[in-house]
Design a protein around this ligand. Sequence first.
Ligand SMILES: *Cc1c(COP(=O)(O)O)cnc(C)c1O
Length: 408
Amino acid sequence: MSLRPHAPVLAFGEADGCLTVGGQNVQTLVEHHGTPLFLYERDFLDKRVSELRAALPKRISLHYAVKANPFVDVVSHMSGICDGLDVASKGELALALQTQTKVEDISFAGPGKRDDELKAAVEAGCLIVLESLNEARRLSIIAKSLGSRPRVALRLNPDFELKTAGMRMSGGPKPFGVDAEQAPEILSELAELNLDFQGLHIFTGSQNLKIDALIEAYENIFALVDRLLPHLPAALHWLNIGGGLGVPYFPGDEHLDLKQLGDRLSELLKGLSHAYDECEIVMELGRYLVAEAGVYICEIVDKKTSREEVFLVTDGGLHHQLAASGNFGQILRKNYPVAIANRLCQAELELVNIVGCLCTPLDRLADKVQLPKAEVGDLVAVFLAGAYGASASPQGFLGHGAAKEMLL
Ligand SMILES: *Cc1c(COP(=O)(O)O)cnc(C)c1O
């Protein structure tokens, strides 16, 4: 395919010079559904999950972190191909409860769960991941009043960091989980509460493309859990080792070598003691499962030249795809891979800037990219829009309205 984006795009196809998603022509889809559009490819989701399962040790359960893409059709599809769903709010819990995933395989983490959220989780019967001792005490009281004893896990903020992660979620002072140093004391207090202790949860970070760093983090996780084993109030039945697998967004980024990751993780699991025999080991992934399955399509509404630079002004922007504008976790703005969706094979190129329709200089979709020469009415495709796109963007900003989402 002659998509020619600077990072490898594995999903989608091309027919008559036009991008296809799930075998459907994007130009035709736009004629029926308008722009802007988020299109997600079902076959790619299936392929990603089956490749991952083939590479990872059999005993690892694969959970989908709903936060990455809570579009109802995507969640429902992921529910059918993953072993569980991880949610982080009452709203996400309600979404997960509508799917075919059994409630035992739904886990609810997140700092700052309100009482009504804890109540909803107890009533549903999902696993609740505790983020503090205070939360454990509140949950215990709520559960007692409802006459039940919820299954819980304790989230740890480890005493190590995931090296080279795009977004660090552990190590140092953090609002997530309890510090590893405080864990023995908190675990002994959990034993006194009206809670059914199942295990531990450690999420070290996101968007990691280095296998050495990922494996080192998993090694550190098992070493930490080993140290805490004597302090657990009950046998270890559940251990969530996070995920953190990254996807290539930018020039120079490469796909993870899944086989190597799987082989090294297998070796690591072989060394585990009998304390883990009855333990389900969970990996929770969001971005890695869905990011590459999505593309954001918007239409060029104006083309202009300013001081020798060409600007393609689209009807999309950061209100739908904040991450591509560089304002979601990036320090230096870099371009996401982009294409002119209806001119994939055109030879004549032009150096352009692509911007959104919002009245703010932050609303940039691509800076100085060489693309097939485009005109008003043509379609811009921004790849890697399957994770942290629509739901992680300020869709109310400037009142343009939300983008339509479709799973094809
Ligand atoms: C955000 C988050 C995830 C998903 O992270 P990805 O990088 O999208 O895979 C998993 N677990 C927890 C606890 C999270 O906060």
